[in-house]
Design a protein around this ligand. Structure first.
Ligand code: SF4
Ligand code: SF4
Length: 259
């Protein structure tokens, strides 16, 4: 029987999420046994043409070329799954959305004339229909395997939309906010990482992005008495998922300039 074809595409990103797939090691061999890894330049330069049954897309849209290429990827893909904060929310590079990108280009590059870029970094779903968004910076490899397996079997992935707090409780981690007064975005951040940061006595900084029903104003109301200033509240929501709707809205509420 013909194996389903899997493709992995890179847009503007650091490659960390694609590396999560390579990091699957033993499981990757099993995946390779049931699917034809037809396009995955991070792993091999040998490619097989489309159409593809499942496409994993890493990275955000930051150039005119990206914007054209994602349309072609969508056309060739039966299911298109975005992986990571860059692809699902624009990534850390979406900080450009709050400034003038020409200022960055003139400061960073010796020859700005060679740079072709858009003024914004945007999620893949802002350009084409997306079948599933897998969060994280980087993504969790077990969740990735669950999503790929689910799509290969024609079912919905079992990826929870609840918060990191539940994962702390499950692993028996004492709440860093309650016990030590450490500011933590866990109550509004989607689970998936296994609550790694609180397990090492530090607050979550929201790399998995907003959970399904994040009450960010209520959390901000708890963080202020812990000593966070308006400027700090503004910045804490402006990281890897700065352009996600809930974090964007909350960061604006704490910005004197309204940006
Ligand atoms: S989401 Fe994070 S780890 Fe993944 S490609 Fe973007 S910056 Fe890298
Ligand atoms: S605890 Fe928060 S910041 Fe740390 S890995 Fe998990 S989601 Fe990311």
């Amino acid at each position: 029987m013909k194996k389903p074809k899997l493709a992995v595409w890179k847009f503007s990103s650091c490659d960390g999420c694609q590396l999560s797939l390579l990091d699957c090691e033993d499981e990757l061999l099993q995946v390779a046994g049931v699917v034809d890894i037809a396009y995955f330049l991070e792993a091999t330069s040998k490619t097989v043409g489309g159409p593809y049954d499942v496409s994993l897309v890493e990275g955000s849209i930051t150039t005119p070329h990206d914007a054209e290429r994602i349309l072609k990827v969508r056309k060739q893909s039966k299911a298109l799954i975005t992986i990571g904060a860059c692809a699902t929310a624009g990534g850390i590079q979406a900080l450009r959305n709050f400034a003038d990108v020409d200022d960055f280009v003139s400061i960073v590059y010796a020859s700005p004339d060679y740079i072709s870029t858009l003024a914004t970094s945007t999620a893949i779903a802002d350009h084409v229909p997306v079948d599933f968004e897998l969060r994280g910076c980087p993504i969790d490899k077990h969740q990735l395997l669950e999503v790929v397996t689910a799509y290969l079997h024609g079912r919905r992935p079992n990826v929870p939309g609840y918060s990191v707090c539940l994962e702390c409780k499950r692993r028996g981690t004492t709440c860093v906010t309650v016990a030590h007064g450490t500011p933590c975005l866990g109550p509004v951040t989607q689970a998936g990482c296994g609550a790694i940061c609180p397990a090492y006595a530090r607050g979550c900084y929201g790399c998995f992005g907003p959970m399904e029903s994040p009450n960010t104003p209520a959390l901000a109301g708890w963080l202020q008495p812990l000593g966070m200033t308006e400027g700090e509240l503004h910045r804490v929501f402006r990281t890897f998922n700065a352009a996600s709707e809930a974090f964007l809205h909350e960061s604006k509420r704490h910005d004197a300039s309204g940006d």
